[in-house]
Design a protein around this ligand. Structure first.
Ligand code: ZN
Length: 413
């Protein structure tokens, strides 16, 4: 399938008219605030055009395997299946400064470098794609689109999960309340109701469902907004990696879970545990097919295996610069996973200063690597790579840095 007219579809504000339509709020701001916001928005706009120019006709490498229960991503014949994890990009950070948009440019560069060097078959955006609590715009999908553009522009299919910053409400910077004062933001007074005007000015954040609805409009997105009964937990779904010789038969299952945060607590609920159990029973009843798990906030089990000081065997990694900031409470997901022989590894982001993998019972608990220039921490940026081989099954991983270096290679299965 081709991306049709990517320049148009990719990003909606290629001219002032569509900008006005996309961000009506922008034009209701004072001139001063418009000036502050103009640079970040211009960056977004320019980027989208430049980034998409040479790849308009790139084909998206995906299809649905006939008869498969889950959406299926095919392996290429004669090659392992390679996945790049992009964690904690934090697009839109400090959007009102010049510094913020520059970080987004840097993050795009990191992703392009990794994609160029690794040429993966699939990309996983592992949460905190955007820093919504820094966004004074009505629709944060504008930044989300930009963050997924490196994969999209190359025709590489991708999937995403939510982190704790993706649908957070705007947090007013403390310094705005000191000497320089609050930037003169004029809330629209278009209606007779006092309340609706107030709502427009609250920068509530773009909800998970809306972000997801906007993402899955793109052809290359394999994300899903999950079963309704799990909402407000949204990014819960399974993908099947399929054999090139026999597309309906699964080589591995990739499970994506929403670990919460932002608009609701940082947990994987017992409802999600139940959903996982039922899904596993349905698609992998005898646990014959290996399973790999992705979510954003580490579970409390990560605290148990975390290296105390230096990273020593059996753990493998290169930075151990902070302590694990785990989910608020464990509600049964780890019990379920350690008792499923098919589960090989869990991958999370969230703690930017950690990039290790440690064994926990019969599975591995792994961090990705901080990919974005947004978000706290100045540790060099990179991306964790996974490589799945079919026969015999193996799961390998390493970290590819922005400067091209590879380290922390580990065999996880
Ligand atoms: Zn983060």
């Amino acid at each position: 399938m081709k991306i049709e007219n990517a320049t148009q579809r990719f990003f909606p504000f290629s001219d002032a008219v569509s900008l006005r339509r996309s961000v009506p709020f922008f034009f209701s701001l004072s001139m001063e605030t418009q000036r502050k916001l103009f640079l970040p928005l211009l960056f977004l706009s320019l980027f989208s055009t430049v980034g998409s120019s040479s790849i308009v006709d790139q084909a998206i490498r995906f299809r649905l395997a006939g008869g498969a229960a889950e959406r299926s991503v095919p392996m290429r014949a004669g090659a392992p299946f390679k996945i790049a994890l992009f964690a904690d990009l934090h697009f839109g950070e400090n959007a009102w400064t010049e510094w913020g948009p520059r970080q987004d440019v840097n993050s795009i560069r990191v992703m392009n470098t990794v994609l160029h060097l690794e040429n993966p078959d699939f990309v996983i955006y592992l949460g905190d794609v955007i820093t919504a609590n820094n966004m004074m715009i009505a629709n944060a999908s504008l930044y989300w689109d930009q963050a997924i553009s490196p994969a999209r522009n190359r025709g590489i299919p991708w999937a995403s999960v939510f982190g704790n910053h993706d649908d957070a409400a705007f947090e007013w910077p403390l310094e705005w309340f000191s000497a320089p004062g609050i930037p003169p933001i004029h809330c629209p007074q278009t209606t007779t109701s006092y309340n609706s005007g107030e709502e427009e000015c609250s920068f509530k954040g773009t909800g998970r469902l809306e972000l997801m609805a906007n993402e899955i409009k793109h052809n290359g997105s394999f994300s899903s907004n999950g079963p309704r009964n799990l909402w407000p937990s949204v990014s819960n779904y399974v993908l099947q990696v399929s054999s090139p010789d026999d597309p309906p038969s699964p080589v591995a299952f990739l499970y994506f879970l929403d670990s919460g945060g932002g608009s609701y607590p940082q947990v994987i609920s017992s409802g999600q545990v139940e959903w996982f159990q039922q899904k596993g029973q349905e698609i992998n009843p005898d646990s014959r097919v290996p399973e790999i798990i992705f979510w954003h906030i580490p579970s409390t089990a990560y605290e148990v295996v975390a290296p105390k000081f230096a990273i020593q065997k059996p753990c493998i990694g290169s930075i151990n610069k902070e302590s694990v900031a785990a989910q608020e409470v464990e509600m049964g997901i780890m019990d379920l996973l350690v008792n499923r022989t098919s589960v090989k590894a869990i991958f999370v982001g969230h703690d930017h200063g950690l990039d290790w993998c440690c064994p926990y019972n019969k599975l591995w608990l792994c961090y990705a690597r901080h990919t974005g220039y947004g978000g706290y921490g100045d540790w060099p940026r990179g991306a964790r790579i996974l490589e799945i081989t079919q026969t015999p099954f193996s799961l390998k991983s390493w970290i590819r840095m922005e400067d091209g270096l590879v380290h922390s290679e580990v065999v996880l299965s």
